[in-house]
Design a protein around this ligand. Structure first.
Ligand code: ARG
Length: 583
């Protein structure tokens, strides 16, 4: 089923072509201010400009020719906007259809793409910290939404399993490993090793050099170092899996940096051979090719002391080692060749934006630019003091601890507000609220903005929170437990009260909101929408008694409750959040 925007666009295009003689693909968007209409279009203004006409006069012509049987009435506004008001019976019909459609009338895309989604990707051998939550949660939600819309999504956890930290862990493993501790609590011991080497190499130049040499040995295939690496990697992955399980996040692949090791030397040789890279002070680098006129747009230039100077991408160090960038180029080639990806989306911290600009430019030079390459960047998580979140010791808080704290905080909400009786149910609800609250808060912010991580706020029932949506869902569902009759959705309904119409109007928009998330990869479009639905549902519930009504009114209101519950449930599922049946 077409969305209402699409239906209006089709009618508008027909009116323009058949009655006015203009062929166009006009755009109709949902109105922000519902007082003036449900949908709006600036097509008359755009077309008038292109055809040297008076916009208002063109809008008037459109309105005069607007068919009386269209799904909406049309009105002129301002200098030539057209506002549409959708007929109530259209919304009633949409509710009737949605009530029995698993997809809630959300259609799949006409052109499915193969999207490689690169997210989470922590550097292993150290535990995941709070900063990893953003990529993990954003990426997971985007993968769910893209799949739901019919894309072929390949999720890949491109873990950092080949970098500097392994040099450090290997060095410490050889010098200070405590075997008993490793058996008892492997992750804690790995972290201790990492910290030990990291601290030692900060104060001692020779230890830093030893760590570097351990890494070089590993990358050159030294048997002892490879064996240590394999053990560390296995243990670290187990630790990561615990967190992913708790977050309900999974990946199709875990092709970490090490998976591309064999491709790096040939890649550098090829880039040198094609003169896309050249030697510079013993290293191999990719430079500006001078094809970009505006230096501010050239990712291989940087302004230093008032002058534009080279900002090359290093792909082989002078010691022969390869870089993060080398692996990323190899990975991109792999995803193109092996997966035939049409799109590669990287959900990575905004501080890596110059890396990705360079990577995408190199991709273009290699002829890989037919792919839709996106750096889905995000900002920083702040503490309640407004500074980047740190523990008292000054480290980034470990993700596992943060999740525990979230569950502890949600326990309070459960104690105060839950009607669940057994300890088992209450503990499960606290876990669900805690994890969901962290996820929802992440997704509810514009990904590029920094946000304050305030657990107490995330878990309250009164606020723009996951538990508020849970409560709304449970309320819309619980009515069905109180029914004496059986309710079978799918029959025609009649909307009469303003609160019913308003909620039905919002629920009908679900089919437009979900695809809109992918335009700019912003799940906060969906969170905002779900909160709006929940608020409209509570107003409806106050204004329109359900159980005390009968006949068509009762059936209509039950249908609205049903579609509300299904929309909240599906919307949250697309964010990676499961709803509780009871609270
Ligand atoms: N491991 C990297 C980091 O922690 C992120 C990797 C992102 N993905 C990529 N293909 N570069 O910074």
């Amino acid at each position: 089923m077409m969305t209402l925007s699409q239906q209006l666009e089709t009618t508008l295009a027909t009116v323009l072509a058949e009655r006015i003689g203009l062929s166009a693909s006009p755009v109709v968007t949902p109105a922000n201010d519902l007082r003036f209409g449900d949908y709006q279009s600036n097509a008359a203004m755009v077309l008038a400009k292109a055809n040297k006409m008076n916009p208002r006069a063109l809008a008037e012509q459109i309105i005069a020719a607007w068919p009386a049987d269209a799904i909406a009435t049309a009105e002129i506004a301002g200098p030539g906007f057209i506002n549409f008001r959708v007929r109530t019976k259209v919304y009633a019909h949409r509710m009737q259809v949605a009530a029995t459609d698993d997809r809630l009338a959300v259609t799949t895309v006409s052109q499915a793409r193969t999207i490689a989604l690169d997210f989470s990707a922590p550097n292993v051998a150290k535990p995941m910290h709070i900063g990893h939550i953003r990529s993990t949660i954003l990426g997971d939600s985007l993968s769910r939404i893209a799949r739901f819309l019919g894309h072929h999504v390949i999720t890949d956890n491109h873990i950092g399993d080949w970098g500097t930290q392994f040099g450090m862990v290997t060095w410490a493993w050889k010098h200070v490993l405590d075997e008993a501790a490793l058996l008892a609590n492997p992750l804690a011991e790995l972290l201790r090793l990492y910290r030990h080497a990291s601290d030692a190499s900060k104060s001692d130049e020779s230890i830093r050099e030893s760590c570097r040499l351990e890494l070089v040995k590993l990358q050159q295939g030294d048997a002892e170092n490879l064996a240590i690496w394999t053990r560390c990697l296995e243990l670290s992955k187990q630790g990561l899996q615990q967190i992913y399980r708790r977050l309900d996040v999974s990946f199709d692949h875990w092709l970490g940096e090490s998976a591309y090791n064999d491709r790096l030397a040939p890649l550098v040789a090829k880039l040198l051979d094609q003169e896309l890279a050249r030697e510079s002070d013993g290293a191999v680098c990719i430079f500006s090719d001078g094809s970009v006129d505006d230096p501010t747009k050239d990712p291989f230039l940087i302004r230093r002391d008032g002058e534009w100077t080279d900002f090359p991408m290093m792909i082989r160090k002078s010691d022969g080692g390869f870089n993060y960038a080398t692996t990323d180029i190899a990975t991109l080639e792999f995803r193109h060749e092996e997966w035939h990806a049409d799109s590669v989306w990287y959900v990575v911290d905004h501080r890596q934006s110059s890396h990705f600009q360079q990577l995408f430019t190199v991709a273009a030079r290699l002829g890989l630019d037919s792919m839709d390459l996106r750096h889905i960047a995000f900002g920083t998580i702040l503490g309640t003091d407004g500074k980047p979140l740190k523990t008292r010791a000054g480290d980034l808080p470990q993700l596992a601890d943060v999740l525990d704290d979230a569950v502890t905080a949600s326990r309070k909400t459960v104690e105060e507000r839950s009607r669940l009786e057994t300890e088992e149910e209450r503990a499960a609800l606290a876990e669900l609220i805690g994890i969901s609250a962290v996820k929802f808060t992440e997704l509810a912010h514009h990904r590029l903005s920094d946000y304050v991580f305030d657990l107490d706020k995330m878990v309250t029932l009164e606020g723009d929170t996951a538990p508020y949506l849970f409560y709304s869902f449970v309320r819309s569902r619980s009515i069905f437990r109180k029914l004496e009759e059986t309710f079978t959705p799918g029959d025609a309904i009649e909307l009469t009260e303003e609160a019913e119409i308003h909620l039905a109007r919002l629920l009908s928009r679900f089919a437009e909101v979900v695809p809109a998330v992918l335009d700019d990869c912003r799940p906060n479009i969906l969170t905002t929408y779900l909160l709006e639905v929940a608020r409209a549902f509570h107003s409806f519930f106050e204004a329109c008694p359900v159980l005390k009504s009968d006949g068509m009114t009762r059936y209509t209101r039950l249908t609205i409750c049903d579609v509300t519950a299904k929309t909240l449930e599906k919307g949250l599922a697309l964010l990676g959040i499961a709803v509780p049946e009871r609270m």
